[in-house]
Design a binder for this molecule. Structure first.
Ligand SMILES: [Zn+2]
Length: 372
Protein backbone atom coordinates (compact mmCIF):
# COMPACT_ATOMS: atom_id res chain seq x y z
CA UNK A 1 0.00 0.00 0.00
CA UNK A 2 1.48 3.47 -0.91
CA UNK A 3 2.40 5.54 2.17
CA UNK A 4 1.15 9.13 2.58
CA UNK A 5 3.83 11.84 2.72
CA UNK A 6 5.11 12.86 6.19
CA UNK A 7 2.63 14.94 8.12
CA UNK A 8 5.06 17.86 8.47
CA UNK A 9 4.75 18.59 4.76
CA UNK A 10 1.01 18.71 4.84
CA UNK A 11 0.53 22.31 6.10
CA UNK A 12 2.74 23.65 3.24
CA UNK A 13 0.70 21.90 0.58
CA UNK A 14 -2.35 23.47 -0.94
CA UNK A 15 -5.51 22.08 0.49
CA UNK A 16 -8.43 20.95 -1.57
CA UNK A 17 -9.57 24.53 -2.08
CA UNK A 18 -6.18 25.89 -3.22
CA UNK A 19 -5.25 27.66 0.05
CA UNK A 20 -1.69 27.22 1.39
CA UNK A 21 -2.83 27.64 4.97
CA UNK A 22 -4.48 24.97 7.05
CA UNK A 23 -8.25 25.38 7.13
CA UNK A 24 -11.17 23.47 8.69
CA UNK A 25 -11.74 21.86 5.27
CA UNK A 26 -8.05 20.85 5.11
CA UNK A 27 -8.24 19.39 8.61
CA UNK A 28 -11.33 17.46 7.61
CA UNK A 29 -9.48 16.15 4.54
CA UNK A 30 -6.56 15.10 6.77
CA UNK A 31 -8.91 13.27 9.12
CA UNK A 32 -10.62 11.58 6.19
CA UNK A 33 -7.25 10.53 4.78
CA UNK A 34 -6.08 9.10 8.12
CA UNK A 35 -9.41 7.32 8.55
CA UNK A 36 -9.09 5.86 5.05
CA UNK A 37 -5.54 4.66 5.81
CA UNK A 38 -6.61 3.01 9.07
CA UNK A 39 -9.61 1.47 7.30
CA UNK A 40 -7.36 0.15 4.51
CA UNK A 41 -4.98 -1.36 7.08
CA UNK A 42 -7.83 -3.05 8.92
CA UNK A 43 -9.25 -4.34 5.63
CA UNK A 44 -5.85 -5.71 4.57
CA UNK A 45 -5.55 -7.44 7.94
CA UNK A 46 -8.93 -9.11 7.56
CA UNK A 47 -8.65 -10.04 3.88
CA UNK A 48 -6.85 -13.39 4.36
CA UNK A 49 -9.43 -14.40 6.95
CA UNK A 50 -12.23 -13.63 4.50
CA UNK A 51 -10.44 -15.51 1.68
CA UNK A 52 -10.09 -18.51 3.94
CA UNK A 53 -13.82 -18.53 4.64
CA UNK A 54 -14.93 -20.09 1.29
CA UNK A 55 -12.05 -22.63 1.46
CA UNK A 56 -13.28 -23.79 4.86
CA UNK A 57 -16.80 -24.02 3.45
CA UNK A 58 -15.57 -26.09 0.47
CA UNK A 59 -13.70 -28.38 2.83
CA UNK A 60 -16.84 -28.87 4.89
CA UNK A 61 -18.87 -29.57 1.74
CA UNK A 62 -16.32 -32.10 0.50
CA UNK A 63 -16.41 -33.81 3.88
CA UNK A 64 -20.20 -33.97 3.70
CA UNK A 65 -19.94 -35.32 0.13
CA UNK A 66 -17.53 -38.01 1.22
CA UNK A 67 -19.83 -38.99 4.08
CA UNK A 68 -22.68 -39.24 1.59
CA UNK A 69 -20.51 -41.31 -0.79
CA UNK A 70 -19.78 -43.65 2.05
CA UNK A 71 -23.48 -44.04 2.67
CA UNK A 72 -24.01 -44.69 -1.05
CA UNK A 73 -21.26 -47.31 -0.95
CA UNK A 74 -22.86 -49.00 2.02
CA UNK A 75 -26.20 -48.97 0.22
CA UNK A 76 -24.60 -50.59 -2.81
CA UNK A 77 -23.09 -53.20 -0.55
CA UNK A 78 -26.53 -53.91 0.89
CA UNK A 79 -28.01 -54.19 -2.61
CA UNK A 80 -25.30 -56.59 -3.69
CA UNK A 81 -25.59 -58.60 -0.49
CA UNK A 82 -29.37 -58.88 -0.82
CA UNK A 83 -29.73 -62.19 -2.65
CA UNK A 84 -33.49 -61.83 -2.96
CA UNK A 85 -33.01 -58.96 -5.42
CA UNK A 86 -31.01 -61.11 -7.82
CA UNK A 87 -32.77 -64.47 -7.71
CA UNK A 88 -31.86 -65.55 -11.23
CA UNK A 89 -28.34 -64.21 -11.48
CA UNK A 90 -26.67 -66.56 -9.06
CA UNK A 91 -24.42 -63.65 -8.15
CA UNK A 92 -25.52 -63.21 -4.57
CA UNK A 93 -22.84 -65.40 -3.03
CA UNK A 94 -20.68 -63.62 -0.53
CA UNK A 95 -16.94 -63.91 -0.19
CA UNK A 96 -16.29 -66.71 2.24
CA UNK A 97 -12.51 -66.56 2.50
CA UNK A 98 -11.39 -63.25 3.84
CA UNK A 99 -7.86 -64.09 4.84
CA UNK A 100 -5.74 -61.00 4.53
CA UNK A 101 -8.74 -58.74 4.20
CA UNK A 102 -7.98 -55.37 5.66
CA UNK A 103 -4.56 -56.39 6.95
CA UNK A 104 -2.83 -55.51 3.68
CA UNK A 105 -4.47 -52.13 3.51
CA UNK A 106 -3.62 -51.32 7.09
CA UNK A 107 0.04 -52.14 6.73
CA UNK A 108 0.35 -50.69 3.22
CA UNK A 109 1.51 -54.12 2.04
CA UNK A 110 1.57 -54.82 -1.67
CA UNK A 111 0.83 -58.28 -2.97
CA UNK A 112 4.04 -59.93 -4.09
CA UNK A 113 3.65 -60.76 -7.77
CA UNK A 114 4.52 -64.06 -9.33
CA UNK A 115 7.94 -63.62 -10.92
CA UNK A 116 10.40 -65.90 -12.64
CA UNK A 117 13.09 -67.81 -10.77
CA UNK A 118 15.67 -65.34 -12.06
CA UNK A 119 13.64 -62.37 -10.90
CA UNK A 120 13.22 -64.00 -7.51
CA UNK A 121 17.00 -64.00 -7.10
CA UNK A 122 17.53 -60.47 -8.37
CA UNK A 123 16.22 -57.72 -6.09
CA UNK A 124 16.21 -55.12 -8.88
CA UNK A 125 13.97 -57.25 -11.09
CA UNK A 126 11.80 -58.11 -8.15
CA UNK A 127 11.39 -54.41 -7.39
CA UNK A 128 10.44 -53.75 -11.01
CA UNK A 129 7.91 -56.57 -10.91
CA UNK A 130 6.47 -55.12 -7.74
CA UNK A 131 6.37 -51.65 -9.27
CA UNK A 132 4.50 -53.01 -12.27
CA UNK A 133 1.85 -54.51 -10.06
CA UNK A 134 1.64 -51.31 -8.05
CA UNK A 135 1.20 -49.36 -11.26
CA UNK A 136 -2.10 -51.13 -11.77
CA UNK A 137 -2.82 -51.12 -8.06
CA UNK A 138 -2.01 -47.51 -7.19
CA UNK A 139 -4.22 -46.13 -4.48
CA UNK A 140 -3.49 -43.26 -2.13
CA UNK A 141 -4.43 -45.13 1.01
CA UNK A 142 -2.12 -48.05 0.34
CA UNK A 143 0.73 -46.09 -1.26
CA UNK A 144 1.09 -42.73 0.45
CA UNK A 145 3.35 -41.26 -2.23
CA UNK A 146 0.92 -41.80 -5.14
CA UNK A 147 -1.27 -38.86 -6.11
CA UNK A 148 -4.99 -39.50 -6.16
CA UNK A 149 -6.34 -40.02 -9.67
CA UNK A 150 -9.74 -40.89 -11.05
CA UNK A 151 -11.72 -41.25 -14.27
CA UNK A 152 -13.47 -37.86 -14.08
CA UNK A 153 -13.27 -34.32 -12.74
CA UNK A 154 -10.09 -32.53 -11.76
CA UNK A 155 -8.20 -35.80 -11.22
CA UNK A 156 -9.48 -37.32 -14.47
CA UNK A 157 -7.47 -38.63 -17.46
CA UNK A 158 -6.80 -35.21 -19.03
CA UNK A 159 -5.09 -34.11 -15.76
CA UNK A 160 -3.14 -37.27 -14.93
CA UNK A 161 0.10 -35.94 -16.42
CA UNK A 162 0.04 -32.93 -14.08
CA UNK A 163 -0.82 -34.71 -10.85
CA UNK A 164 2.77 -35.61 -10.03
CA UNK A 165 6.09 -35.66 -11.94
CA UNK A 166 6.21 -39.46 -12.22
CA UNK A 167 2.89 -39.34 -14.14
CA UNK A 168 4.35 -37.06 -16.86
CA UNK A 169 4.18 -39.78 -19.53
CA UNK A 170 0.37 -39.66 -19.26
CA UNK A 171 0.56 -36.22 -20.89
CA UNK A 172 3.86 -36.28 -22.84
CA UNK A 173 4.17 -39.92 -23.91
CA UNK A 174 4.14 -40.74 -27.62
CA UNK A 175 3.23 -44.42 -27.24
CA UNK A 176 0.23 -44.30 -24.96
CA UNK A 177 -2.63 -46.76 -24.58
CA UNK A 178 -5.43 -47.40 -25.28
CA UNK A 179 -5.73 -46.72 -29.01
CA UNK A 180 -8.35 -46.82 -31.71
CA UNK A 181 -7.55 -49.73 -34.03
CA UNK A 182 -8.86 -49.41 -37.57
CA UNK A 183 -8.40 -52.46 -39.79
CA UNK A 184 -7.70 -50.30 -42.85
CA UNK A 185 -4.71 -48.70 -41.12
CA UNK A 186 -3.11 -51.89 -39.81
CA UNK A 187 -0.19 -53.87 -41.16
CA UNK A 188 -1.92 -57.07 -42.29
CA UNK A 189 -0.04 -60.31 -42.65
CA UNK A 190 1.10 -63.50 -40.96
CA UNK A 191 2.34 -63.39 -37.41
CA UNK A 192 3.40 -65.94 -34.85
CA UNK A 193 0.63 -67.28 -32.62
CA UNK A 194 0.85 -66.39 -28.93
CA UNK A 195 1.81 -69.51 -27.00
CA UNK A 196 -0.38 -69.44 -23.92
CA UNK A 197 0.32 -71.78 -21.00
CA UNK A 198 -2.19 -71.17 -18.23
CA UNK A 199 -3.10 -73.65 -15.49
CA UNK A 200 -5.41 -73.76 -12.46
CA UNK A 201 -3.92 -71.29 -9.99
CA UNK A 202 -4.23 -69.55 -6.66
CA UNK A 203 -5.50 -66.01 -6.80
CA UNK A 204 -6.44 -63.01 -4.68
CA UNK A 205 -9.22 -60.67 -5.76
CA UNK A 206 -8.49 -57.03 -4.91
CA UNK A 207 -10.73 -53.98 -5.03
CA UNK A 208 -8.21 -51.16 -5.50
CA UNK A 209 -10.79 -48.43 -5.95
CA UNK A 210 -10.13 -48.20 -9.70
CA UNK A 211 -11.05 -51.73 -10.74
CA UNK A 212 -11.34 -55.32 -9.61
CA UNK A 213 -7.90 -56.87 -9.98
CA UNK A 214 -6.97 -60.53 -9.57
CA UNK A 215 -3.38 -61.15 -8.46
CA UNK A 216 -2.35 -64.57 -9.71
CA UNK A 217 0.34 -66.89 -8.35
CA UNK A 218 1.52 -70.02 -10.08
CA UNK A 219 3.13 -70.86 -13.36
CA UNK A 220 1.04 -69.02 -15.97
CA UNK A 221 3.11 -67.89 -18.90
CA UNK A 222 2.92 -66.77 -22.50
CA UNK A 223 5.65 -66.84 -25.12
CA UNK A 224 5.72 -64.33 -27.92
CA UNK A 225 8.54 -62.87 -30.05
CA UNK A 226 10.84 -65.46 -28.46
CA UNK A 227 10.34 -64.19 -24.92
CA UNK A 228 8.49 -65.78 -22.01
CA UNK A 229 6.27 -63.60 -19.85
CA UNK A 230 4.73 -64.60 -16.50
CA UNK A 231 1.18 -63.59 -15.65
CA UNK A 232 1.09 -61.16 -12.70
CA UNK A 233 -2.53 -60.08 -12.59
CA UNK A 234 -5.61 -59.34 -14.62
CA UNK A 235 -8.30 -56.69 -14.18
CA UNK A 236 -11.34 -55.23 -15.89
CA UNK A 237 -12.51 -51.99 -17.51
CA UNK A 238 -16.06 -50.88 -18.20
CA UNK A 239 -16.54 -49.98 -21.01
CA UNK A 240 -13.63 -51.43 -23.02
CA UNK A 241 -10.73 -49.01 -23.37
CA UNK A 242 -9.88 -50.32 -26.83
CA UNK A 243 -11.84 -49.15 -29.84
CA UNK A 244 -11.92 -51.48 -32.83
CA UNK A 245 -13.21 -49.99 -36.09
CA UNK A 246 -15.00 -47.21 -34.15
CA UNK A 247 -16.63 -49.74 -31.82
CA UNK A 248 -16.20 -49.99 -28.08
CA UNK A 249 -17.09 -53.22 -26.31
CA UNK A 250 -19.06 -53.46 -23.06
CA UNK A 251 -15.99 -54.45 -21.07
CA UNK A 252 -12.43 -55.67 -21.46
CA UNK A 253 -10.10 -57.85 -19.38
CA UNK A 254 -6.39 -56.95 -19.34
CA UNK A 255 -4.00 -59.79 -18.52
CA UNK A 256 -0.70 -58.26 -17.40
CA UNK A 257 2.49 -60.31 -17.88
CA UNK A 258 6.14 -59.56 -17.24
CA UNK A 259 9.35 -61.01 -18.66
CA UNK A 260 12.43 -61.83 -16.57
CA UNK A 261 13.94 -58.64 -18.01
CA UNK A 262 11.05 -56.61 -16.62
CA UNK A 263 9.21 -55.94 -19.89
CA UNK A 264 5.43 -55.94 -19.70
CA UNK A 265 3.08 -57.68 -22.15
CA UNK A 266 -0.69 -57.29 -21.90
CA UNK A 267 -3.32 -59.48 -23.54
CA UNK A 268 -6.68 -57.73 -23.90
CA UNK A 269 -9.81 -59.88 -24.05
CA UNK A 270 -12.82 -57.91 -25.27
CA UNK A 271 -16.10 -58.72 -23.54
CA UNK A 272 -19.64 -58.28 -24.87
CA UNK A 273 -23.09 -59.11 -23.49
CA UNK A 274 -24.19 -62.72 -24.01
CA UNK A 275 -23.66 -66.01 -22.21
CA UNK A 276 -22.40 -65.87 -18.64
CA UNK A 277 -18.66 -66.47 -18.21
CA UNK A 278 -17.59 -69.12 -15.69
CA UNK A 279 -14.33 -67.47 -14.70
CA UNK A 280 -16.00 -64.10 -14.23
CA UNK A 281 -18.67 -65.77 -12.10
CA UNK A 282 -15.90 -67.09 -9.84
CA UNK A 283 -14.12 -63.74 -9.65
CA UNK A 284 -17.33 -61.79 -8.96
CA UNK A 285 -18.24 -64.31 -6.24
CA UNK A 286 -15.10 -63.35 -4.33
CA UNK A 287 -15.17 -59.68 -5.33
CA UNK A 288 -14.43 -57.41 -2.32
CA UNK A 289 -16.91 -54.55 -2.04
CA UNK A 290 -14.71 -52.11 -0.14
CA UNK A 291 -11.71 -50.24 -1.52
CA UNK A 292 -8.38 -51.81 -0.57
CA UNK A 293 -10.09 -54.99 0.53
CA UNK A 294 -8.87 -58.34 -0.82
CA UNK A 295 -10.23 -61.86 -0.80
CA UNK A 296 -8.34 -65.10 -1.44
CA UNK A 297 -9.99 -67.47 -3.88
CA UNK A 298 -9.97 -71.18 -2.96
CA UNK A 299 -6.62 -72.74 -4.00
CA UNK A 300 -6.44 -73.84 -7.62
CA UNK A 301 -9.90 -72.51 -8.50
CA UNK A 302 -8.82 -69.95 -11.07
CA UNK A 303 -8.44 -71.30 -14.59
CA UNK A 304 -7.71 -68.49 -16.99
CA UNK A 305 -8.24 -70.65 -20.06
CA UNK A 306 -11.96 -70.06 -19.42
CA UNK A 307 -11.49 -66.41 -20.25
CA UNK A 308 -9.77 -66.95 -23.61
CA UNK A 309 -11.48 -67.24 -27.01
CA UNK A 310 -10.69 -70.19 -29.32
CA UNK A 311 -9.54 -67.89 -32.08
CA UNK A 312 -6.46 -66.14 -30.72
CA UNK A 313 -5.54 -63.96 -33.66
CA UNK A 314 -4.70 -60.49 -32.43
CA UNK A 315 -3.70 -56.89 -33.02
CA UNK A 316 -0.23 -56.06 -31.76
CA UNK A 317 1.34 -52.69 -31.00
CA UNK A 318 3.62 -50.95 -28.51
CA UNK A 319 1.85 -48.91 -25.89
CA UNK A 320 1.68 -48.10 -22.20
CA UNK A 321 -0.11 -48.80 -18.95
CA UNK A 322 -3.56 -47.22 -19.25
CA UNK A 323 -3.45 -45.92 -15.66
CA UNK A 324 -0.91 -43.62 -13.97
CA UNK A 325 2.07 -43.62 -14.21
CA UNK A 326 1.25 -44.55 -17.87
CA UNK A 327 4.70 -46.22 -18.27
CA UNK A 328 5.56 -47.06 -21.89
CA UNK A 329 7.35 -49.96 -23.59
CA UNK A 330 4.40 -52.28 -22.99
CA UNK A 331 3.74 -54.94 -25.67
CA UNK A 332 -0.01 -55.04 -26.35
CA UNK A 333 -1.93 -57.91 -27.92
CA UNK A 334 -5.65 -57.33 -28.36
CA UNK A 335 -7.45 -60.57 -29.20
CA UNK A 336 -9.88 -60.04 -32.05
CA UNK A 337 -12.53 -62.54 -31.00
CA UNK A 338 -14.56 -61.21 -28.07
CA UNK A 339 -15.82 -63.32 -25.19
CA UNK A 340 -19.17 -62.84 -23.50
CA UNK A 341 -20.49 -62.26 -20.02
CA UNK A 342 -24.11 -62.07 -18.93
CA UNK A 343 -26.06 -58.82 -18.45
CA UNK A 344 -26.17 -59.62 -14.70
CA UNK A 345 -22.40 -59.99 -14.63
CA UNK A 346 -22.01 -56.67 -16.44
CA UNK A 347 -24.49 -54.95 -14.15
CA UNK A 348 -22.71 -56.05 -11.00
CA UNK A 349 -19.37 -54.63 -12.16
CA UNK A 350 -20.94 -51.48 -13.63
CA UNK A 351 -22.65 -50.72 -10.31
CA UNK A 352 -19.24 -50.48 -8.69
CA UNK A 353 -17.32 -49.04 -11.66
CA UNK A 354 -19.68 -47.10 -13.99
CA UNK A 355 -16.76 -45.84 -16.09
CA UNK A 356 -13.16 -46.87 -15.54
CA UNK A 357 -11.85 -46.54 -19.07
CA UNK A 358 -9.16 -44.12 -20.24
CA UNK A 359 -10.03 -42.41 -23.57
CA UNK A 360 -8.12 -43.52 -26.67
CA UNK A 361 -4.73 -41.90 -27.23
CA UNK A 362 -3.04 -40.60 -30.41
CA UNK A 363 -1.07 -43.15 -32.46
CA UNK A 364 1.83 -40.74 -33.22
CA UNK A 365 2.77 -42.81 -36.26
CA UNK A 366 2.79 -46.19 -34.50
CA UNK A 367 2.26 -49.28 -36.58
CA UNK A 368 -0.42 -51.77 -35.54
CA UNK A 369 0.16 -55.35 -36.65
CA UNK A 370 -2.97 -57.19 -37.73
CA UNK A 371 -1.89 -60.80 -37.11
CA UNK A 372 -3.67 -63.16 -39.49
ZN1 LIG B 1 -6.20 -52.22 -17.86
Amino acid sequence: MPCPKPLTLLPAQPNLFGSATPSPAGAAWLCACLYACVLALVCAWQAPARAAEPAAKVKEEVKKGLDKADVAKRNLQLVVMDKSKYPASGMGALPVTRAGAGAGAASGAVPVPAVSARAAKEPALQARAKAAVMAQDAHPESHGHAAHWSYGGEHGPSHWGNLQPSYAACANGKRQSPIHIEDQNTLQGPAEPIQINYQPSNATVVNNGHTIQVNVSGNNSITVRGTAYQLLQFHFHHPSEEQINSRRFTMVAHLVHQSAQGQLAVIAVLLGAGQANTLIHQVWTYMPLDHDDKVNMPPGLLNLSELLPKDQRYYQFMGSLTTPPCSENVLWMVLKEPMTLSPEQIRLFAQMFPNNARPVQPLHGRVVRNAQ
